[in-house]
Design a protein around this ligand. Structure first.
Ligand code: PMP
Length: 435
């Protein structure tokens, strides 16, 4: 049986159950920004394989670090045991994160990092006797993963209505989305802050935390907001004594042009969630990093205040070795210094698209560029999105529009000519749509 036969008969992929969906593309190998299919096709991976491959595929430094670690210590229980890759990684992350985030809790993926953050925030209050603080606020359009807590916090993205009976209640604030040339941004920010003020007046003493994707909401369409908004939000929450959780699962590790969106926005949250780019796409791993004050609330004479969360693979040494090697690549290749270049290339590419009558809301931040295609059917089931995706695949580009939003989020090793080629194909794709 061929790979496609095996896959067609026995594998259940995410989001592809439609009878009309084409067979999964059989990928044999990958290098840099290229994916190589079994049937000889090649794809430029312009979405970093779901936003994880920061340095491109199969980077030799990271591959070697994993191979070396696999021969020394591949896995050990992390309750009551420790190892060099985990402790060193915790140290290295703390050096790079906003000052004050000092305690690193390991888990396995972005959804779980969020789950951990929500449980931490709830128990932080519980351990101090404030058991009434059980509510969470999130943002319309926010996505935080697809475990139950993460779906609850992300119900504002609208994907999870089927699972409503599993979810807990979360309040939603409007996300003050902005784009190039937007003149209404301040009014949108004021409206969102006003909604927060109302919520604080009504429920402030029962609120545990606010969770958000800082600067860019990824899954709901690369929707961007200004640092000024995050600063105003953080100031209000600090004054009210409410915790702020930043979900930097997508924005972390250089995506916004800075190592973390929180650094770019100059806002320090109480808890931060990281995954995706943490291991540069090599292995599943995540961390939830908290302030010392939060950690202190979990210490007691006995285990009565302990945090009840631990997975079989917590702080897996292979994942930690990959993450350490990725941080090394950031240093060796001066990666952060290269990112403004990618932003400039995006701006040039988008300038050629912006004049097209179907293109709206052009936006760029760091290595992420996006625009909306005017469509009558926005959202995940957009026909235009499906049509464009097929067009891109036929021409060797891995691009997956989010509904009617086309976005690019390439690995940092992309060359100018490769990105220019991508914009040329996107331009051609727009020509196939009638205004
Ligand atoms: N938070 C954000 C902001 C994300 O973009 C994602 C993944 N798209 C997640 C959480 C969930 O991460 P994972 O898929 O690794 O569980």
């Amino acid at each position: 049986m061929t790979l496609t036969d095996l896959d067609r008969h026995h594998v259940w992929h995410p989001f592809t159950q439609a009878q009309t969906a084409p067979d999964a593309i059989p990928i044999a190998s990958a290098k840099g920004i290229r994916l190589y299919a079994e049937d000889g096709r090649e794809f430029l991976d312009l979405i970093s394989s779901w936003w994880v491959n920061t340095h491109g595929h199969a980077h030799p430094t990271i591959a070697a670090a994993i191979a070396k670690q696999a021969q020394t210590l591949e896995q050990v229980i992390f309750a009551g045991f420790t190892h060099q890759p985990a402790a060193q990684l915790a140290y290295e992350l703390v050096q790079r994160l906003p000052k004050g985030l000092t305690r690193v809790f390991f888990s396995d993926d972005g959804s779980t990092a969020v789950e951990v953050a929500l449980k931490m925030a709830l128990q932080y209050w519980h351990n101090q006797g404030e058991t009434q603080r059980t509510r969470f606020l999130a943002f319309e359009g926010g996505y935080h993963g697809d475990t139950v807590g993460a779906m609850s916090a992300g119900k504002g993205c609208g994907f999870f209505d089927t699972y409503g009976s599993l979810l807990f209640e979360v309040g939603l604030l409007p996300f003050p989305e902005t784009w190039d040339g937007d003149t209404e941004v301040e009014a949108k920010e004021q409206a969102s802050l006003a909604r927060l003020d109302e919520y604080l007046a009504d429920h402030g003493n029962t609120l545990a935390a606010v969770i958000m994707e800082p600067l860019i909401q990824g899954s709901s369409g690369m929707r961007m907001c200004r640092p000024e908004f995050l600063q105003a939000l953080a100031t209000r929450l600090r004054a009210a004594g409410i915790l702020l959780i930043f979900d930097e699962v997508m924005t972390g590790f250089g995506r916004t042009g800075a190592m973390f969106a929180s650094l770019k926005a100059q806002v320090t949250p109480d808890i931060i969630c990281l995954s995706k780019g943490l291991t540069a796409g090599f292995l599943p791993l995540s961390v939830t990093v908290a302030s010392e004050a939060i950690y202190a609330a979990f210490l007691g004479d006995t285990f009565d205040k302990a945090f009840v969360h631990g997975h079989s693979f917590t702080a897996n040494p292979l994942g930690c070795a990959a993450a350490l090697a990725s941080l090394q690549v950031f240093e060796d290749e001066q990666t952060l210094a290269k990112l403004p270049q990618i932003e400039a290339w995006h701006r040039q590419g988008l300038a050629t698209l912006a004049a097209h009558p179907l293109v709206q809301r052009v936006r760029v931040m760091g290595t992420i560029a996006a625009f909306d295609v005017i469509a009558t059917d926005a959202g995940y089931t957009s026909q235009i999105g499906a049509q464009l995706k097929a067009f891109f695949h036929e021409r060797g580009l891995l691009l997956r529009p989010l509904g009617n939003v086309v976005y690019l989020l390439p690995p940092y090793c992309i060359a100018e000519s490769e990105l220019r080629h991508a914009y040329k194909v996107i331009f051609l794709s727009l020509m196939t749509l009638s205004p």
